[in-house]
Every structure is written in C-alpha cells, then in structure tokens.
Design a protein around this ligand. Structure first.
Ligand code: FAD
Length: 108
C-alpha cells in the first residue's frame, strides 16, 4: 500500500502549487479542467478512507475555481479540514500566507 504521509505531502504540494499559479481570470477550459482534477481525487486517490472523507467534505463545500485567490483559499480550507481530523495545526488561509508557502516561498 502507498505511504499515506508521503503521498499526502506530495499531493498537497502539487495541488497548492497548482492553485498558487492558477490564473486570476481562468478561461472556461481552465476552470473545467480544474473541476475535473478536484473531482477525480475522490475516485482515484489511492487511500480509500482519505478519498471517502475528502468526497464528503467537497460535497458540502463545492470548489470555487473562479480565480487564483478563490481556489487557493478553498483548497487551504479543505487541507485544514484534514489537519483538524488528524490533530494537526490549522494553516492561515489568507492569500499572503498561501502565497508565501506555495508561490513565493521556498519549498520544504
Ligand atoms: P501536510 O499536511 O502534508 O502539509 C504539507 C505542508 O503544507 C505543511 O508542511 C505546510 O507547510 C503546508 N500546509 C499545511 N496546511 C495547509 C493548508 N491548510 N493550506 C496550505 N498549506 C498547508 N492522511 C490521513 O492520515 N488520513 C486522511 O484521511 C487523509 N486524507 C487526505 C486527503 C487528501 C485529499 C490529501 C491530499 C491527503 C490526505 N492525508 C490524509 C494526508 C495528510 O493530509 C498529510 O499529507 C500527511 O499526514 C502528512 O502530513 P504533514 O504533517 O507532513 O503535512
């Protein structure tokens, strides 16, 4: 089975970085593909309990793919829901904080 911790770090890194560089004004095509990417996770993510809980969370909190800022915040909040479940500290979801970590700042 996959290492759920490394898989999680890699997946969050991909998702947050992709959100940080997502356009301020995405085209209809970019929005549609971002929605597909998000909605593919509950179907394909190779940690079934992670995928199931994520599916429930996304159903209650539909993705906002309208802009870079909206998507970055939405994703940060979804990650915080997982952090909370695992007893990890919450992350500040202001764009300055997500950009400092995922756009401007150095990687881990
Ligand atoms: P991670 O949580 O992987 O975070 C990596 C880095 O992201 C942190 O060091 C920090 O710099 C930054 N960060 C932290 N929070 C935020 C935030 N809210 N917004 C932006 N950046 C942030 N693991 C389980 O055990 N059970 C699960 O049910 C589960 N579900 C998951 C669902 C999904 C969709 C994903 C992608 C992962 C899931 N994981 C789950 C894995 C889990 O979230 C962590 O990735 C893993 O436990 C490793 O944690 P970590 O402490 O190294 O940091």
């Amino acid at each position: 089975p996959p290492d759920v911790e490394s898989l999680g770090r890699a997946t969050w890194s991909f998702l947050h970085t992709t959100a940080a560089y997502y356009p301020e004004r995405p085209t209809a095509r970019q929005r549609a593909h971002m929605l597909s990417l998000i909605h593919a996770l509950p179907v394909l993510y190779p940690c079934s309990h992670c995928a199931g809980d994520f599916d429930e969370d996304v159903k209650g909190n539909p993705p906002d793919v309208s802009s870079r800022g909206a998507l970055s915040r939405w994703l940060c909040e979804r990650h915080n829901a997982v952090n909370e479940k695992l007893g990890k500290t919450r992350f500040d979801c202001a764009i300055e904080s997500t950009d400092a970590r995922w756009k401007d700042g150095p990687a881990d």
